[in-house]
Ligand binder design. Structure first.
Ligand SMILES: [Zn+2]
Length: 277
């Protein structure tokens, strides 16, 4: 998303260089955006995108959590306790993921990559969802707590229409080392690793209505900052518990059906509601 994002979905730069310090979200004139029509197809420049999607990867675009799968396959002894400590909030996601990769020798990285890419399954309807959003010039950011080496191959067919935020792996040492290019800003103290609320904040000027799509507790803080949430699994429970505006989904076709049967129109025509900005 760039300053003239009303007419394009593609980021001008690769998503992974869209750091919080230099977000791809560099727009724009909020005043001009208020007159932006539904769909954003008009040839306005310097406007916001009327709607933007922030989509989780693990358990959302991919049917199953990839980091958990890597843990169970490569560090089975350590994985159970690491996962449990995260679930009990004794350990941050960042610390657990870092600890997990630090147990895997760099010599096994090709094996890890092959395992994870060969077992990734894309959730039904994702391709149609990307088509639908692209038709309306609504940008999609993939905001993943996962890693380049398994997210990139999975989303390759749609890569030019997505902005992607994820983490990286350094294989130069004896053991795998995680690199976190998108850390928490001053407003977040959750030690996220990749900080989803920080990324949402970096889009505040360039997206008028933000929609989070996700499945897990790591999506909750981002969901709290969004105008609307498509949720499944534990994120659905959290949305219900906290009364966030949301809709349950199982496939991306559910999301397209909901958006096209009035949801998008409602989001664009009402004042910002439910957002905890
Ligand atoms: Zn954070």
């Amino acid at each position: 998303m760039t300053g003239n994002s009303a007419t394009t979905v593609k980021p001008a730069v690769p998503g992974n260089s869209a750091t919080p310090e230099n977000p791809a979200a560099t727009a724009s004139s909020a005043d001009a955006a208020q007159s932006q029509p539904l769909g954003g197809r008009a040839a306005h420049v310097h406007t916001q995108s009327p709607l933007g999607f922030f989509c989780d990867f693990d358990g959302t675009i991919s049917t199953k959590d990839r980091i958990t799968a890597i843990m169970r396959e490569f560090v089975p002894e350590a994985s159970a306790s690491l996962i449990e400590r995260v679930n009990h909030r004794e350990l941050s996601v960042r610390a657990a993921v870092e600890a997990m990769f630090a147990l895997i020798p760099s010599a096994r990285f090709d094996e890890v990559r092959e395992f994870v890419t060969s077992t990734t399954v894309i959730r039904e309807g994702f391709s149609r969802f990307v088509d639908y959003a692209t038709e309306h010039s609504w940008p999609i950011a993939v905001v993943s707590g996962g890693f380049d080496f398994f997210v990139d191959p999975a989303i390759a067919p749609w890569r030019d229409r997505l902005t992607v935020f994820y983490n990286r792996i350094d294989t130069s040492g004896e053991y795998l080392r995680t690199i976190w290019p998108h850390p928490c800003d001053a407003l977040c103290d959750a030690d996220c690793g990749l900080c989803k609320p920080t990324i949402l904040r970096s889009y505040e000027q360039s997206v008028r209505r933000s929609v989070v799509i996700g499945d897990g507790v790591t999506d909750f803080e981002a969901a709290r900052h969004a105008d609307f949430v498509y949720a499944r699994a534990s994120l659905l429970t959290e949305c219900q518990r906290h009364g966030l505006p949301h809709q349950a989904f199982e496939t991306f076709d559910d999301i397209v059906a909901d958006l096209s049967s009035g949801r998008a129109q409602a989001l664009l025509s009402t004042k910002r509601g439910g957002a905890n900005r």
